[in-house]
Design a protein around this ligand. Structure first.
Ligand code: ADP
Ligand code: GLC
Length: 492
């Protein structure tokens, strides 16, 4: 007789408060927004309901559907403010309506054509503090089961929770980029409502400054970062950016969970931003997107030329100065470059010059352009990302999904998401792209040459492209890992 099948234990629904400064599709300067925007949908499938707390920047205030005030703060660093509950962009939001802090033009951090706003400490302390208050429950909002704070902007949330009244829910802090640390004069701490005991090496103090990111790393119950390799790298001095000691100390409670991409936003089968939609089975149709990309960027309409694409912030992190160094080699392969990016004026000018000297071979658009980003992914043969460090990286994931072969540096999340199509891999029918290390012009050139050789070997190219297209870059696995972590912490 067989025992009756036992019913699987019902999973308890959880309510999680995410605290972040950016959320796609409402406000974005980088991958942080993509992740914060996609996790709620991905976690819903795990019975986790996420509400996201964000500052009321103009772009957010304008998008709110039926906002209602759920709490009033009589004095939030100099003026009254309201907490609004609303929906926007398909997300459940709580929004800090504080015009004196957030109703400003430009991106969330800098004045237009200027440097950082002079009161960024107050602006993001407000986000951190309200994150901690809302986590415990405030006004008409019930307490959450767990708080999930992202990057330095929300780094004080774990500190206000740790040094506030007892009974706060567990708090997870996610590092998206250790390079942005949010450091301010330590003398500000009392004015930000941090108690004296928080202003110590066990709290927010960081080499004589007030460190928002450091506070998050120090005070959260658990720290995650966005790839397992980056989690290991940041424990070492050369990638730790001054925080490696603390990260080694917390080693048992720091883990890496890879990012995914929103496979509805990034879906070549349904993408309305590209001229020709396709699937893994109809990948030959990409040729039409390649033609459109070449036309858009002023490249020769040559279907046989290997097109390298790039979509990136142009900063030291991303290593595109190395690609400038490798341009002669890239052009010597008969290849073209389709570049979309912006950032460091020196790197921007380097690519402008490369385009001016190589008409029809190098096409450059400086700036931020979401629909062109989709066309670059859908029309390029390979996507280059020569990062010096990369916590996860999303553009290589988009590349895999769109059948452009990623050519990436062997760092962080790039190393965790791309399989190098070397001879051994090819002999087993494996490989999804090209990885080079160390991160130098010479090794980048060698990878470009390997890529160009594979381009000539059409059968193997198609095999690697098919592997890329069948990679799972969705949020399914990562969301299950976040859910398991959240459940473990709330059960403890
Ligand atoms: P990071 O957050 O370090 O900039 P990620 O790869 O995690 O890098 O995320 C970058 C995101 O921003 C991706 O969604 C990418 O498509 C987008 N992006 C970057 N630069 C541009 C640009 N110039 N135009 C449009 N989208 C861009
Ligand atoms: C950061 C990192 C990037 C990561 C993104 C989202 O901006 O630079 O590697 O993909 O955050 O986590």
């Amino acid at each position: 007789m067989t025992a009756p099948a036992s019913k699987p234990a019902a999973v308890k629904p959880l309510r999680v408060l995410a605290v972040a400064s950016e959320v796609y599709p409402l406000i974005k300067t980088g991958g942080l927004a993509d992740v914060v925007g996609a996790l709620p949908g991905a976690l819903a499938a795990q019975k986790i309901k996420v509400t996201t707390l964000v500052p009321g920047y103009p772009a957010i205030m304008q998008a709110l559907q039926r906002p209602r005030a759920v709490h009033v703060f009589e004095d939030l660093f100099g003026a009254p403010a309201r907490l609004l509950s609303a929906k926007a962009g398909g997300l459940d939001l709580l929004v800090i309506d504080a015009a004196h802090l957030y109703n400003r033009p430009g991106n969330p951090y800098n004045a237009p054509h200027g440097g950082e706003w002079g009161d960024n400490a107050q602006r993001f302390a407000a986000l951190g503090m309200i994150g901690a208050m809302v986590g415990r429950g405030i006004g008409k909002v019930a307490a959450f089961d767990l708080v999930h704070a992202h990057d330095w902007h929300a780094g004080l949330t774990p500190a206000y929770m740790r040094f506030g009244p007892p009974g706060a829910p567990p708090c997870v802090f996610t590092i998206h980029n250790l390079a942005f640390q949010g450091k301010f004069p330590l003398e500000l701490a009392p004015r930000l409502g941090l108690p004296p005991e928080a202003v110590s090496i066990d709290g927010v103090e960081y080499y004589g400054t007030l460190g928002f990111l450091k506070a998050g790393l120090q005070c959260a119950d658990w720290v995650t970062t966005v790839s397992p390799s980056y989690a290991a790298e940041i424990r070492m001095a050369d990638h730790g950016m001054g925080l490696d000691g603390l990260l080694r100390h917390r080693e048992a409670t720091v883990t890496g969970i890879l990012n995914g991409i929103d496979d509805d936003v990034w879906n070549p089968e349904t993408d309305e931003m590209i001229p020709m939609r396709y699937t893994a089975q109809s990948v030959a149709k990409r040729a039409e997107n390649k033609r459109a990309l070449q036309e858009r960027l002023g490249l020769e309409p040559d279907p046989e030329a290997l097109v390298f694409g790039a979509v990136s912030r142009l900063t030291w992190q991303k290593g595109f100065d190395l690609l400038l160094g490798a341009m002669p080699k890239l052009l010597a392969q008969g290849a073209q470059l389709a570049m979309l990016g912006g950032g460091d004026p020196e790197i921007e000018n380097g690519f402008r010059r490369a385009a001016a000297f190589n008409p029809g071979r190098v096409g450059v658009t400086i700036g931020y352009d979401e629909s062109l980003a989709h066309l670059v992914q859908a029309g390029s043969d390979a996507i280059v990302l020569p990062s010096r460090f990369e916590p996860c990286g999303l553009t290589q994931l988009c590349a895999l999904r769109y059948g452009a072969l990623p050519l990436v540096a062997h760092v962080g999340g790039l190393a965790d998401t791309v399989i190098d199509a070397n001879e051994a891999a090819l002999s087993m029918g494996a490989g999804t792209g090209f990885i080079f290390s160390p991160v130098t012009v010479q090794m980048l050139e060698a990878a470009i040459e390997r890529c160009a050789r594979l381009w000539q070997d059409k059968a193997n190219w198609r095999k690697v492209q098919a592997n890329a297209l069948s990679s799972d870059v969705s949020w399914r696995r990562p969301a299950a890992q976040y859910a398991a972590l959240f459940r473990r912490l709330t059960a403890a």
